[in-house]
Design a protein around this ligand. Sequence first.
Ligand SMILES: [Cu+2]
Length: 115
Amino acid sequence: MKNVSKITLATLIATSAFTFATSAAAQMAAMAPMAPASAGQSSMSEGEVKNVDKDAGKLTIKHGELKNLGMPGMTMVFRVKDPAMLGQVKVGDKIHFVADRVGGALTVTSLEVAK
Ligand SMILES: [Cu+2]
């Protein structure tokens, strides 16, 4: 019985999600293409801090795929939007972050240490 009710619930959720997606798509159809919505943690990328360079204001991050930048996982240097971010992390920290192109430079615009 437990399984049956779970399946029913899952079906309900899937159905309502589909309905929502359909109506949302209809509303969006009138709008021009835009950047992916950046809301909440789902838009954050994962990474590991490899180096913190406070003098240069840069972070070296081994990052996973950055979907908003169309970039595969790699280790690279980022600028940081706010120098205070450099004080929030240390080498070896696992982080969630958002990177964007600011004035042509790849910049960490949001950052939190993964717990
Ligand atoms: Cu990269």
